[in-house]
Write a new protein. Structure first.
Length: 166
């Protein structure tokens, strides 16, 4: 029922189908959320390939301290030879009541930092980006669990049967 006939039938253009007469409900029809949501919407900025965290919202004082020096390799898990430490070329300042440090790149965003959730506690045991991205979005480094988008749709419901909720 995902084709044109299904969409027209859902809108009542074709009249009730035998499935509708029997009480069939489209699984993609808009649904109410399971629980009354505390939030109205979620904006998740997922920047795969976006700017580096050390240049935006996550200053690393030790990178500045050890800039240009070789990294200690005894506990460094990486697949390739890693060079020296490289500090961010951008300046950071504390903003808002929270005092969150924000790079000069986001000077306008910094004015609203108290209304933004900045997560700096993420870490992974895998040095590769792709499994770490899955870990961040699904809670597992393999694709076996629902993504964050699935949970947001589950919590807030969906009003759209034409596009995925995430």
């Amino acid at each position: 029922m995902l084709g044109l006939a299904g969409l027209l039938s859902d809108d009542g253009v074709l009249g009730p189908s035998s499935a509708q007469a029997a009480g069939y409900q489209n699984p993609l029809a808009p649904k109410a959320p399971h629980f009354a949501p505390k939030a109205k919407r979620v904006i998740h900025l997922f920047m795969n390939g976006g700017p580096s965290h050390v240049d935006t919202f996550d200053p690393k004082p030790l990178l500045t301290k050890y800039h240009g020096q070789p990294l200690p390799t005894e506990n460094l898990r990486t697949e390739r030879k890693t060079g020296a430490a490289f500090k961010s070329p951008y300046k950071f300042e504390k903003y808002g009541e929270s005092g969150i440090e924000v790079s000069e790149i986001f000077s306008h965003t910094a004015k609203h930092i108290d209304d933004i959730a900045v997560i700096r506690s993420m870490h992974a045991d895998v040095p590769n980006h792709e499994p770490s991205l899955l870990l961040m979005n699904c809670g597992e480094s393999r694709l076996v669990r629902p993504s964050m988008g699935s949970w947001v749709t589950y919590g807030l419901g969906t009003e759209n049967q034409n596009l995925p909720g995430f």
